[in-house]
Design a protein around this ligand. Sequence first.
Ligand code: ATP
Length: 909
Amino acid sequence: MSGAEAPTPDVARDPSTLPVEDVVRALGSDPDAGLAAVEAAARLDRDGPNRLEAERPVPAWRRLLSQFADPLVYLLLAAAAVSLVAWAVEGAEGVPYDVVVILVVVFANAALGFIQERRSAQAVAALQRMAAANAAVVRDGGLARISAFDVVVGDLLVLAEGDAVPADARLVDGALWCAEAPLTGESAPVAKSPEALSEPAEVGDRACMVFAGTAVTRGAGRAVVTATAMETEMGEVARLLGATESDPTPLEREIARLGRVLGLAVLAIAAVVVATVMLTRDVSTLTDAVDVLLLGVALAVAAVPEGLPAIMSVVLALGVQRMARRNAIVKDLASVETLGSASVICSDKTGTLTQNRMAITSLVTADWAGPPSEATRIAREAVAFGALASDATVAADGGFEGDPTEVAFLAAERRLEAEALRSGFDRVDAVAFSSERRRMSVLAAHPERADLLAVKGAPDVVLARCTRVRTESGDVALTGARLTDLEASIDALAGDGMRTLAVAIREAPASSAREEHEADLTLLGVVGLADPPRDEARAAVAEAQAAGIRVVMITGDHPRTATAIAAQLGIVPPGASALTGARLTAMDDAALASAVREVSVFARVAPEHKLRIVDALQAHREVVAMTGDGVNDAPALRSADIGVAMGRGGTEVAREAANMILTDDDFATIVEAVREGRGILDNITRFLRFLIASNLGEVLAVFLGVVLAAWLGLRDGSGAVVAPLLATQILWINLLTDLGPALAVSAEPYADDLMSRRPRRPGTAILGPRTWVWMAVTGAAMAAVTLLTFDLFLPGGLVEGSADLDTARTAAFTVLVIANLTVAFAARSETTSTLHRLFTNPWLWSAVALSLALQVAVVHLPVLNDAFSTAPLDLAQWGTCVAMALAVPVSIEGLKAVLRSRDARVVRP
Ligand code: ATP
C-alpha cells in the first residue's frame, strides 16, 4: 500500500458488478484495517479535498484585477488619461498632480477591496470547514472521526443511521437503507446490501453502492470509498448544472439598488455642476476644461458608495466568526440577515431547553408509588426490565454510555441493586426506539427460563398493549379502577414536568421482537424521570419574548410533561394546554394555521408534524427558526427560514439540512445568535447612514456652492464661479471616509436596545423614510457649514472675508473633513445622543485620529499643498474651522431630540 496509485479503470467506472474483495484490492485498501494514515494523507494530497466544486478557485491576481472592473474606476482612469494629455499638450510643466492623486485613489481603493474580499472569503471557508459533515472511517485498523473533506478513495467508511454518506462507496458488509432523493429523486429509502450486481445498472438500482449526498435512514454497514469530490455521481450532477452562482441576498440586492439610484442621481447633479461652471466661467484653456470635467468625475466617485458591498461582506464575515466562537456555526452569510429577522423560534425540549441529564426520581406500580429509595420488588423489576429493553451500555470507566433516558434506567438499576432480577437474560433480538414508535422492545433468552420480551416506552403506547398488570398478589387483568388509578398517577407525574415511561414484559412469545408480538403484555410499572430545564434557558426565553420573538416548544413527550416544563421556562402561563400530534394530524392546513397563532406547546409530536408547523407559521409570514437533530427532521429544517441542527446530539443529515449548527445544543445559543444577527444588521445600517450622509454632504456642498455662488459670493478675482472643493480634495475625503468607518464599524458594540425592539419585517427596506430624512438633514448641515466657511473667508458674499482663494478653499475643505469625522460618531444612532457611550469604540477613535493627522499633513506639508492646492492655515483659522465643523454634530443633536420626542408621542404596539 505504498505510493498513491490511481485505482484501476474498471473500479473507477462502475464497481458495482465486481466482487467486493476485488474492489477493495483494486483500491489498495484492506477490508479490516482500512487505509494506513500515511497513505490516506498521500491520496488527499494527490486528489485534493472531498468537496464539490463546480468552479475553479480564482487566482489572486485575477481577483486583484477584478477590483478595477468598475464603471467608476474606468471613469477615473479616463479622467486621468485626459488630464495627462492636457498636461503634455500644455508643455508638460511640473508634476501632473491630478493624475497622481487619481492613480493613488484608484490603487488604494483596489487594494482595500481586495483585502476585504479576501478576509471575508477566508472567514467563509473556515466556517464551511467547521460546518462540514464528519465521517467515521477505519484507518490503521482503528476507528477515526474525520472531516468529510478529508475522505479519500479506498477509505473504509463506517455508516450508521443518521449519517450523511460523504463519498461514493461500495458496501463491504452490513445492510442499510439510504434516502437517495437528492441524487435520483426517489423518495422512498432504498435497501442496500454488499452482494455484487449480476449486470450493470442505473445509479438508482446499484444496490451495493452508497452515494455521496445521500443519507442513511436505517441500518448500519461498512463501505469502501470508490470516488470522491467531483468524481462522484453527485459531482457529475454538479458539473452538468455548471457553476452555480449563489443568489444575492435581499440585503445585497437592496444595496445594489441603492448604489444604482445614487449613481443616477449623482450623474444628473454632476452634469448640472459641470454645465454651470462651464457657462459662468471663461473656459479658455484645455487645463481649465479638464479641471471642470475632473470635478464632475470626482463628484460622481464621491457620491456612489462603491466600497459598500465589500465592506458589507466583511461586516457579515466578522459577525459569523464571532457567532462561531459562541457555539453557533452559521453556514452562509445570508442566514445572518434571516436570523436578525427571526420572529418565532421552535425548539425541541429535551436537551435543548432541558439539561438532558435524566434521572429516575419516581416509580409507580399497581399497588405502590414512591421514590426509588423505597422501591418495592415489582418497582425494582420495572427498572431492571426497563434497563434490559435498552441500548445503553457500561463504559470502560464503569460509567454508562448511550441515550440519557436509557442511561437513567441503568443508573437506577445499579443504585437499587436490581441487576440480579434480570441476570441470565441475553438479548436475542431488538427493535430500537424511534420517535414514531415511541417504544423499544428487546427479546431475551434465558438458559433456565422461558424467553422474555421486555418493552419500555411512552405510557399511552405501552398501556394500550398491556392486558395484565403485576401486583403484590400476582398478575391480574388491567381493567377498570386499576387502569384509571394508574392513568391518574401517570398524569400526576407528567404534571410535575417529569418524562414518563412504562415498562412491560411478556413471557415466551415468538422468536423475534417484531411488532406483532408487542401485545398481550404485562405491565410492571411506570417510571418518572426528571430532566430539569437548563439554567440559562429561562433567561433566554424571556430575552426572546422581550425581543418580540415567540418561543414554541415541540416535543415527543407527554402533553402534561411538556406544559409543565414550558411553564417553568416561561414559554406559557401555568395551566396552558398543549396541542398533541394526534389532534394535529386530524386538522387540515387552515385549522392548523389558525391554531399555531395560539398554541406554544406541541406534544407527542412526530418529526413529520414539524414540517406542517413550519408551513403553518410561515403562512402568517413569520420568520421561523426550527431545531432538529434526527434524519426525519431534515425536511422541516430545510423548510424553516433558519434550520438549526444540534452539533452534539444531532445526526449528520440534520447538520447538512440546517443553516446553523449549535455546537452546544443550547437554546440560549439560538437567542444569542439572533442577537448577533440583529447587531450585524444594525451595524450595517449605521455604516450606511454614515456613508450616505457624508457623501450627500460632499455632493450638496459642491452642487449648492456652484448654484448659489452669486448669493454666497463664491467667485474669484475675475468674478468667475469657483467650486468650493477641487476634484483631488473630493477624492481625498472619499478615501478617508472609506478607510475609517470600514475598520471601525465592525468593532462598534451593539446598541443596548437591540433585544427590546420588535423583529424586522422581512422585505422592509433597511433604510426607512426616517433614515433618509436623517441623512438628508445631516448632509445639508455639512454642506451649509462648508459653504459658510468658504464665504466667511472670501471677500464679498454674506460675510465679508479677506483670505485668498486657496486659503478659503482649504478652510472649507478642512471643515468638511472634520464634520465628516463627527458624523461617524453621530451616525451610530438615529435618536440616541452622540455623547452616549462615546468612548466605547477605540477603533473609531483611532480611525478619526489618523484621518485628522492626515488632514493636518494635507494642510501643512508643502508637497501636499502642491498636490491638493491647499494653503497652510494659522491657529485662529484652525479654530474657526473646528468651531464651524462642530455645528454639524450640534444640529444633529437637535434633530435627534426632535425624533425622540416624536417617538415618545407615538405609542408603539
Ligand atoms: P424532543 O427532543 O423533541 O423535545 P423527546 O426527545 O422528549 O422530544 P422523544 O424522544 O420522541 O421525544 O420521546 C417521546 C416519548 O417516547 C417519551 O416521552 C418517552 O415516553 C418515550 N421514550 C423516549 N425515549 C425512549 C427510549 N429510549 N425508549 C423507549 N421509550 C422512550
